[in-house]
Design a protein around this ligand. Structure first.
Ligand SMILES: C[S@@+](CC[C@H](N)C(=O)[O-])C[C@H]1O[C@@H](n2cnc3c(N)ncnc32)[C@H](O)[C@@H]1O
Length: 312
């Protein structure tokens, strides 16, 4: 006879079952369509909440990343050799986002997002080619950095809290200087070092106090007149069922909403920012140069700020 389930066991079994079913759905829809995505997120959120109560959410997410990584390793083998720099192993790519385990997506999205950064900086009246130094804060395994190899004079820096991702970059992207930093500031650079600091999907994984500390730290390492480009999860994410009604109301009242704050810096922790919160509360010491809603593959918002030439 099987074990008799206590109410807690029954809950956790149900949660794990829901999570597995959500994962099966995601894997079936390699490109998750906008029709199924809200339903999928509702299901996944319920399952994650249950697992979180049992302190199982982080291992469950990691298991999911590894499953996707194993699946995409075959495709990766085909792409190896066609690229100037090697592809990071799928298990590392999955750590910067489950969808990035897909090698084709990793390469194409990195190129697209590097082009987007270049375009936004140009829209702000600057040119990346003219910069002395720029920093990819939270660079992961170099999805974007790898596309800056041929800048004529710009020194390219990256940093991340994950030592394995940093080690991979240093071994395989020799033109970039990539370092490890802690989940809380400081960064290992002097004041006024960079013309540009960009961070795609980094503030989106930090609790509110750390977000503020990091925006202040970016201010410190930027030159006067330097650019800060950040991505956030805004209005688009309200259309998915990630947030409860109460969280959604809080977002609509102009507050940042952070889920799973106990796992700062991981993909489990996710922050949702009303654009006005970013402008008026988070980056209050900066001047806004450009804002584009859901411009990163129809999902993340982008904010481009400038540090005033003379500090206030
Ligand atoms: C979603 S991934 C995005 C990676 C990369 N920016 C990209 O777009 O491919 C988030 C990355 O931020 C890193 N990270 C999280 N908190 C950080 C922090 N406080 N400082 C530096 N990196 C951080 C994580 O380790 C992870 O590599």
């Amino acid at each position: 006879m099987g074990p008799v389930l206590s109410p807690l066991d029954a809950h956790s079994t149900k949660a794990i079952g829901q999570f597995q079913s959500a994962i099966r759905d995601i894997r079936r829809n390699a490109t998750v369509s906008h029709v199924t995505e809200p339903a999928l997120w509702g299901l996944r959120r319920t399952a994650l909440d249950q697992l979180d109560k049992l302190h199982l959410a982080r291992p469950a997410v990691r298991l999911y990343e590894l499953a996707l990584a194993a699946k995409s390793e075959l495709v990766t083998r085909r792409l190896r050799g066609a690229e100037e720099f090697p592809l990071p192993p799928a298990r590392l790519r999955a750590q910067i986002g489950p969808r990035q385990a897909d090698a084709g997506l990793f390469l194409a999205s990195g190129r697209r997002h590097a082009d987007l950064i270049r375009e936004l900086v140009a829209a702000g009246g600057s040119s990346i080619e003219d910069f002395d130094a720029m920093l990819d804060w939270g660079c992961g395994c170099g999805r974007i950095i790898r596309h800056w190899a041929h800048l004529p004079k710009t020194r390219v820096y990256g940093c991340d809290i994950n030592p394995k991702l940093v080690a991979w970059c240093n071994e395989h992207l020799p033109f970039a200087d990539v370092r490890v930093n802690d989940v809380a500031p400081p960064l290992p650079y002097p004041d006024s070092t960079f013309d540009l600091v960009y961070a795609l999907s980094v503030l989106t994984h930090l609790p509110e106090d750390l977000q503020h500390a990091w925006v202040r730290e970016c201010f410190r390492v930027l030159k006067p007149g330097g650019n800060l480009l950040i991505s956030t999860m805004g209005e688009y994410y309200l259309s998915l069922k990630r947030l409860s009604d109460e969280e959604r109301r809080s977002f609509q009242q102009g507050n940042v909403v952070v889920l799973y704050e106990g796992a700062p810096g991981t993909s489990l922790c996710s922050a949702y920012h009303p654009p006005e919160y970013v402008r008026e509360k988070l980056a209050v010491d900066f001047d806004l140069v450009e804002f584009r809603s859901a411009v990163v593959d129809g999902r993340h918002d982008i904010h481009l700020f400038r540090k005033p030439a003379v500090s206030n």
